[in-house]
Write a protein that binds this ligand. Sequence first.
Ligand code: SAH
Length: 293
Amino acid sequence: MENCTTEGSIEPGGARFGNFINYYQFNPAEERICHLPQDLFSDLFPSGGHLYALDVGCNAGNLTVALHRRYSTDQVKLTILGADIDQLLIKRAQESLKNNNACGQNINSDTIDSCDTVNTDKNIKNERLSKSNENTEKLTINPVSDIKDLSKNGDIEFVHADIMSDEGINKVKDFLESHGVQKFDMIFLFSVSMWIHLHHGDEGLEKLLEICSKLSRYTLLEPQPWKCYQTATRRMRRNGLPEFPHWTQIKLRGAELYPATIELARKYKMEVVKHFGETKWNRQLVLLKSNQE
Ligand code: SAH
């Protein structure tokens, strides 16, 4: 069964871009990456070296940091740029790095193990309300003593950027230029494609795949299934918020969504290299290789 309980219920108002403030309380980063093979990078890049990745829609950065911890090794030095449309989340991510921590949000004893049991609308709403009233956020963080200073040595950077805007793309390109590389080796698209699709329509989804194909050798895509679109749309209605701008015009829908997304990727010279099965939220994980010059 597809499960969209979490994204449908963790934040009753707002969060129209999936910019849930306590996302990782409900979808812990470490549990996500265990679906990926340990040798993901060493397999794709056997000669190792310095590799660059872009994490599109990085939220508060927890998954970005978890990916870095898993994949930056003695053979592969990984530098990751996390980009998100939400400035507050980026600020949290940057603060966490500055504070030398692996997690931007406390995953404490209240952490919910199963998405099926999420029932904390009120808590989350209250937290977002109180956060929005604070200029300086106090982050509760997981002390992780063995984390090196990722911000100081530039292993991870976070940038406020809308990947669908020219300005956002320029920020990403500036990053590449500042590191003297032309392309990323990997773009991570974890649970972000639906938000872009809902806000920019079929053309927007296509543009996203085109961007990835041009900017990166590989793209790791975890797309939300159609059921999540319906849940997100219902949530807007329930809260009296406007419909997503492209909701009624979206043609790539229902059971067609996933195959059509892969077809679009093919249009931009990306081929499916691997499927990694489904995550706890029953989302596909697919690795695409770009054959674009
Ligand atoms: N990738 C993370 C977070 C997914 S939530 C993970 O899977 O753990 C989706 C995130 O995408 C939100 O933080 C939201 O703010 C961001 N987002 C949505 N549209 C975006 C856009 N156009 N550009 C950059 N980030 C975007």
